[in-house]
Ligand binder design. Structure first.
Ligand SMILES: [Zn+2]
Length: 383
C-alpha cells in the first residue's frame, strides 16, 4: 500500500461536475402565461447610506428589449417594483406602462427622505393616493425600512418597520386597494458572523455590505416580528411579503404567518435556491397556500453582479424547470460556483391547477389585472 500525499484545494477553485445521470428537461416556455410580480427595470440612482433620495430615475432596459424576452418566455406582464416617487414615478409609468398596457405594471415607493418632516404621516398617505392617480398599481417597501432609514435619515437610531408614522400610509393602501410589496430582513445567514459555519460565506465575501451582523442592526427575528405587527394592525391592506415571506429557509415559520394573517401573500423571487433544496416541504407549502403564492424572480436587466437575477431567457427557464418538472439536482442560477451557496435544487413538479394560479391568476386578482390566463396569447414569434 502506497501512501500518496493528501491534496489540498482552495475552495474558490472547486467546481465539481455532478456525476448523476438523471433526466434534464429544458422548459423553454411556461405552460401558462406568466405575471412576474418582482422585477427591477428602473431605480433611483442617488442614495445616501442606503436611503434612496430624489425623484430622478435610471432605466436598466428599454421596453422593446424586455418585450422580446417576455414574448419568447410567455410572460404577459412584468411588474417593476422600484418605480420611484413623484415625477420619477410618472416618468416610469409614461415610458413603460402607458404605451404597453397590461405588459408593464409599475409600483410606487415612499419618499423616505422626508420622514423627519412634520406632517410626514399625512403627506405619505396622500402621496399613495397621488401615485394611484398617476397609474401605480402598488407600493414597494424596500428593506430601507428597518435596516437603513434612521431618525435623521442617515444618522440616529434606525426607524422601526412598525413605526406609527407609517400607519396612515399602510391604511391608505388598504383603502384604495393598492397592494404593498414589502421586503424586510434578508437571508437569515446575513445576520450571522461571516465565518466557516456561515452557509453563505462565499456570497457574503463577494458582497460584505450585505451583512447585517452586529452594529446596531435589529436581529432577524425582530425585523420579522415588526413586520408581522404591521400585517396585524392593517388587516384591510394586502401585503406581498417578498422572497417567500422574507424567510424562505423556514417554511414552518412562514406557514404560521400565512395562517395568522389572511392579508399576507408571498412571492418566490430570488429564493428558488432555498425552496429547491427542501422540495418536499416546499411542495406541501405550494399546495396549502396555492391561492397566495405569486411568481416573481427579482430580475434585473444586465444585473451581472447577481447571476441568480440577470433578466433573460436562462433565468426564466430555470424557474419554469423548478416549478414544472421533477428534475433532480440542478443549478438554481446560470453561474459556477452557485452564487448564493454551494447546493443544487430539485424540481417541484407542481400540478397544472397550482401552476395556473401561481404563474398568473393570484397576481392578476391582487393587482386588478382582470382577465384569466386563457384569454391572452403571446404574439406569434417570427423565428
Ligand atoms: Zn427585489
Amino acid at each position: 500500500m502506497s501512501l500518496l500525499p493528501e491534496r489540498s484545494l482552495d475552495l474558490r477553485q472547486f467546481e465539481p461536475k455532478s456525476m448523476l445521470h438523471v433526466p434534464e428537461t429544458r422548459v423553454t416556455s411556461a405552460c401558462f402565461p406568466v405575471i412576474d410580480v418582482h422585477t427591477h427595470f428602473s431605480w433611483r440612482p442617488s442614495s445616501t447610506a442606503g436611503v434612496p433620495t430624489g425623484e430622478e430615475m435610471e432605466y436598466l432596459a428599454t421596453p422593446d428589449e424586455l418585450l422580446a424576452t417576455m414574448d419568447r418566455k410567455n410572460i404577459r406582464t412584468m411588474v417593476n417594483l422600484t418605480g420611484g416617487t413623484g415625477r420619477g414615478l410618472e416618468e416610469t409609468i409614461e415610458k413603460f406602462q402607458s404605451p404597453y398596457p397590461g405588459r408593464f405594471v409599475v409600483f410606487a415607493e415612499p419618499a423616505w427622505e422626508r420622514v423627519n418632516e412634520s406632517g410626514y404621516d399625512r403627506f405619505q398617505a396622500e402621496e399613495v393616493g397621488r401615485a394611484l392617480t398617476a397609474g401605480a398599481a402598488g407600493l414597494k417597501v424596500l428593506k430601507t425600512l428597518g435596516l437603513y432609514l434612521r431618525d435623521n435619515i442617515t444618522s440616529g437610531p434606525l426607524i422601526a418597520i412598525d413605526d406609527p408614522r407609517f400607519d396612515p400610509m399602510w391604511e391608505a393602501c388598504g383603502g384604495i386597494g393598492m397592494p404593498v410589496a414589502i421586503h424586510v430582513a434578508d437571508p437569515e445567514a446575513f445576520f450571522l458572523p461571516i465565518d466557516r459555519f456561515n452557509e453563505r460565506f462565499e456570497e457574503l465575501s463577494h458582497h460584505p455590505d450585505w451583512s447585517f451582523y452586529g452594529e446596531d442592526f435589529p436581529s432577524f427575528a425582530q425585523l420579522l416580528e415588526a413586520c408581522n405587527r404591521v400585517f396585524a394592525r392593517h388587516p384591510r391592506t394586502q401585503f406581498i411579503a417578498v422572497h417567500v415571506g422574507n424567510n424562505a429557509e423556514n417554511l414552518a415559520y412562514v406557514s404560521e404567518c400565512m395562517d395568522r394573517f389572511g392579508n399576507m401573500h408571498v412571492d418566490i423571487a430570488a429564493r428558488i435556491g432555498e425552496l429547491g433544496r427542501q422540495p418536499r416541504t416546499a411542495r406541501r407549502f405550494f399546495e396549502k397556500y396555492q391561492d397566495r403564492i405569486l411568481f416573481g424572480t427579482d430580475a434585473v436587466p444586465h444585473g451581472f453582479d447577481m447571476p441568480q437575477q440577470i433578466f433573460g431567457d436562462q433565468l426564466y427557464e430555470i424557474y419554469y424547470r423548478f416549478l414544472e418538472t421533477e428534475d433532480e439536482y440542478f443549478d438554481y442560477a446560470p453561474a459556477s460556483p452557485p452564487p448564493q451557496g454551494r447546493w443544487q435544487i430539485y424540481g417541484l413538479g407542481l400540478p397544472e391547477s397550482v401552476l395556473r394560479k401561481v404563474y398568473f391568476e393570484n397576481a392578476a386578482r391582487l393587482l386588478g389585472l382582470g382577465s384569466t390566463a386563457g384569454s391572452w396569447n403571446p404574439p406569434a414569434q417570427s423565428s
